[in-house]
Design a protein around this ligand. Structure first.
Ligand code: DGL
Length: 259
């Protein structure tokens, strides 16, 4: 399968990455491919070796499809293997990381909700340490929400679904949604804590546009990849890949397509 237009592949353990795709779709009108590894979700409680293997097999498929760029629309996979992916694959790879900086700037107690694998990763610990030093007025408190992503993966479309019993207790000044699955529950989490919440999805969209601009600059003919007709209107298709494509497409239609 060869892509004729600039195309982007998105990867997540399951439905979470659709929240990233939807944010990117508002800014970029290229064809998007979505690969959710739902049969193995949640990744957060799996080993680094297992996660790495699953992500690499999806990226090998993206390479065969000759996509122009790929988004790891998963904080967990980003913390586990983003550097290795960038070394191994020749197309730009954009990662998703918890928006701790944005929240830390405001100061006060900042809850950072993540999966267990993200919580335990050196990359995430280093990020929290660096930002605690940089913003001494912020008390950055990471939490491993071991059951939250899996619960959202299974129950998102059930009527009256409520995830708040799985949230850590407290009165934070702000909450960072450090897993793309949590973004679906943003308004519920915001209401539960009665404070602002932050996710990294708009940041991913900005970096993806940046990656396209870099690719265009590197082209000899000087033609931009993101021409105005590629950028708008927002009509480009989304294609679903993998064994759970029907479920992901259904969730995408329910949550993001205007009826
Ligand atoms: N949505 C993913 C993340 O951003 C992974 C959740 C999971 O599978 O545990 O971390």
């Amino acid at each position: 399968m060869q892509s004729l237009q600039p195309s982007v592949a998105f990867f997540d353990s399951g439905i979470g990455g659709l929240t990233v795709l939807a944010a990117c779709k508002k800014q970029i009108n290229a064809p998007f491919y979505y690969y959710g590894d739902n049969a193995y979700a949640p990744y957060g409680n799996r080993s680094v070796l297992e996660i790495r293997g699953r992500v690499f097999s999806a990226f090998t498929l993206f390479e065969k499809m000759r996509v122009q760029a790929a988004v790891v629309a998963c904080n967990t996979a980003t913390t586990v293997c983003i550097d290795e992916l960038r070394q191994r694959f020749s197309f730009p790879v954009v990662g998703t990381e918890p928006a701790v900086r944005t929240a830390a700037k405001r100061g006060g107690e900042i809850f950072v909700l993540t999966t267990r694998a993200t919580y335990e990763s050196l990359r995430f610990k280093t990020l929290c340490k660096r930002l605690s030093d940089e913003y001494p007025n912020a008390n950055i408190r990471p939490f491993a929400c071991k059951r939250l992503a899996g619960d959202i993966e299974r129950n998102l479309l059930k009527e009256g679904y409520d995830c708040t019993s799985l949230l850590p207790k407290g009165k934070p000044a702000a909450v960072v949604l450090g897993c793309t699955h949590y973004v679906y529950m943003q308004s519920q989490i915001q209401a539960y804590y009665d404070c602002p919440t932050y996710d990294g999805n708009d940041g991913v969209a900005r970096r993806l546009r940046g990656a396209f601009n870099d690719l265009a600059a590197a082209r000899r003919d000087g033609q931009p990849l993101l021409t105005p007709d590629v950028l708008s209107p927002k009509t480009a298709p989304v294609f679903f890949l993998g064994s759970s494509k029907a479920y992901n497409e259904h969730v995408y239609e329910q949550m993001f397509v205007e009826k």
